[in-house]
Ligand binder design. Sequence first.
Ligand SMILES: Cc1ncc(COP(=O)(O)O)c(C=O)c1O
Length: 392
Amino acid sequence: MHAETRHEPSRYTNTRKNVMATSQRNGYEGPAARPEVEKMHAYQAPLEGRRQLLRLDFNENTIGPSPRVVEAIKNIPADHISIYPEYNGLREAFIRNLNSKKESINLHPEQIGVFNGVDAAIHSAFQAYGSQDNYLLTTTPTFGYYTPCANMQGMKIMSLPYEGNSFTYPIEKIKANLVSKKPKLLLICNPNNPTGTRLNAERILDLATLAPNTLVVVDELYEAFTGDSILPLLDFDSTPNVVVLRSLSKTAGLAGLRIGFAIGNDFVINRLNRVTGPYDVNSFAVTAALAALADQGYIDEYVSNVLHAKDWISSQLINSGKRHHIDGGNYFLLWPKHDPCKIEQSLRNEGILIRNMSDKPCINGSIRVSIGTKVQMEQFWNVYTRIDIHEL
Ligand SMILES: Cc1ncc(COP(=O)(O)O)c(C=O)c1O
């Protein structure tokens, strides 16, 4: 509420202040939202003040998008801003891009949904499929946005922990719950953020076949770093209950523009579109996406740099003897000797951001570090070892 009023014009702010004073006098703060929403808190991520720092906290691309994307944005004419966005050709460009990576599964444009980031695709899956009487089945710890989306719909949540020190996917328990709870939604983050757990595509297909009335959402945000996609195996005619999510945030470096895709059976994509606004994706994102999709070479090179840096940091971690976990994705978990909150703060003081995972089930006491280029990993490792081993 305060942040909102701070940015408003003063006349409005004054009016608003008066309204607030009156409402506080009467004890009436405003109309209550749906009961499910009243029970929630706004989703919070530590997103401010990150610009000048080495950002290893959100698994973003750490070097920026292709120069062709920047050029395309610079060349946007004024009328592109004043008219509503047009999406012609975008779905086709996305399919061409998938095929260029040999993922060809003979897709057609109706099988592609375009969203304001994969976050919006996730939100629409819950809006279209989730309701009070049914379950979300998922794992823990996993990507943090699934739970609030389920809560908004008033769904019951069954989240099963990853197993053992290598955080294996709890496949048998998932199968048992698919049968007993008949969830409306099964969310699989593959590879999982933050444990990096990889689930074989055939096993995902088995799960989908076992529960044809469950929508199986496969969040493949980080598959480019490990190549575990289910897409090459999918036939939406025989498995219409699977939807795959892909984003241009992490590899192509478009996180700030917000664009993501859902790939599924026409029927399912149509249901997701029903709960999405007609112009939710803006023109800048469309222009940037077309340029990024046409420059797969840039993305491939970035991914290859990250994988090289991953090998390097992995050997440092092994040699150090520190507890760590590095698997799928462009991130790893590390258990510092000292309190992760202090480590987080000390690294921030040195200009490096990481994510503190202290409060997360199964991985308590760890930090999650995104993997960028080798130079960036060296910078992190030099500072981290100095702080955790010698200073604190
Ligand atoms: C597993 C996972 N899914 C979805 C998202 C959101 O992606 P987007 O930026 O496309 O909204 C993230 C972002 O961190 C993520 O880690």
